[in-house]
Design a binder for this molecule. Structure first.
Ligand code: PXG
Length: 291
């Protein structure tokens, strides 16, 4: 496996950056998780747009243009002969001394691209659905650090994910500081009630996911289902007809149990299954060609 680091391709064992990089010292950097399907990179422009927005928000100047980044991602996939892959794009602040001031960084930001053929959940989870719990760890307040900044500091999410794993579940629902549902640790959440699809708006402390947007478009335009971006509580999840999570890594995963309560009959819902099918078509047929 060849990894892209600052314009060069190196073997996995040699893919290293300095211990003085602020990405390691402080989680000072940003990332994107992107997926390629069937020789096409899904919503690449949207991912790059979000990366540049994250960079702007933390005053980090990415040392290349978006077009060049696009080419480097394509090159990484080609060199590794991958047509279906998960791509992790990372931009760190660069190297400084052991102080908090990024003005003191003496090297430009590092750009790292890793591409691999991995899936985050096993096939069984997509067929049978997953279990989630509500985490006691609250989602970081948006007025403290916007969840839309995909920063290298994911401790908030990791703490909640550990709660899920320790509680025998696969994912954790994270509430915002007011107790309303924000999202999961690496995915957005949707519920279906009486044929209407609900998901929390970005203002509730969620990252406004690219998969979330795609699912909303498919629901409205293909399946003619009405979608409401509204505040929801754990009660709405407990009593939902269907529930599923969306994310680049997870795609669309049905949820069959929340805090030990079965959702409906404890099986993936009909609408969820339809959306999974539509999403599969969309990812297979659209996207930036790897060439
Ligand atoms: N919420 C959070 C907190 C995320 O990190 C999503 C929602 C879904 O967004 P997208 O745009 O992917 O639909 C994310 C995405 C990882 C990983 O390695 C995390 C994400 C994406 C890919 C990989 O855990 N986060």
């Amino acid at each position: 496996m060849k990894i892209y680091i600052n314009g060069e391709f190196v073997e996995k064992e040699d893919a290293k950056i300095s211990v003085f990089d602020y990405g390691l010292l402080y989680g000072d950097g940003i990332f994107e998780g992107i997926k390629a399907y069937n020789g096409r990179i899904f919503r690449l422009k949207e991912h790059l747009y979000r990366l540049w927005a994250s960079a702007k928000a933390i005053s980090l100047t990415i040392p290349v243009q978006q077009k060049e980044m696009e080419k480097s991602i394509i090159k990484t996939l080609l060199i590794n002969k991958l047509s279906d892959a998960y791509v992790r794009l990372i931009v760190t602040r660069g190297c400084g001394d052991l102080g908090l001031d990024p003005e003191k960084c003496t090297t430009p930001p590092s750009i790292i691209i890793i591409a691999d053929n991995i899936s985050f959940y096993s096939e069984e989870f997509y067929d049978k659905g997953i279990k989630v719990i509500s985490a006691s760890t609250r989602r970081t307040r948006h007025d403290s650090l916007s969840p839309n900044i995909k920063s290298l500091n994911y401790l908030n999410n990791i703490l909640a994910k550990m709660e899920a794993t320790r509680g025998g579940a696969n994912e954790a629902v994270m509430l915002n500081h007011e107790g309303f549902v924000a999202e999961c640790t690496g995915d957005n959440i949707f519920v279906v009630k009486n044929g209407i699809l609900y998901t929390p708006p970005g203002s509730e402390g969620a990252l406004v996911g690219i998969t979330r947007d795609a699912v909303i478009e498919l629901a409205k335009n293909k399946l003619k289902i009405s979608v409401k971006e509204e505040r929801i509580t754990m009660y709405n999840i407990y009593t939902a007809d269907e529930c599923f999570l969306t994310g680049t890594a997870a795609e669309i995963v049905p949820v069959i149990s929340v805090d030990s309560r079965e959702i409906s009959d404890g099986k993936p819902g009909k609408l969820t299954i339809k959306l999974v099918r539509e999403f599969k078509n969309l990812t297979r047929l659209t996207g930036t060609p790897i060439k």
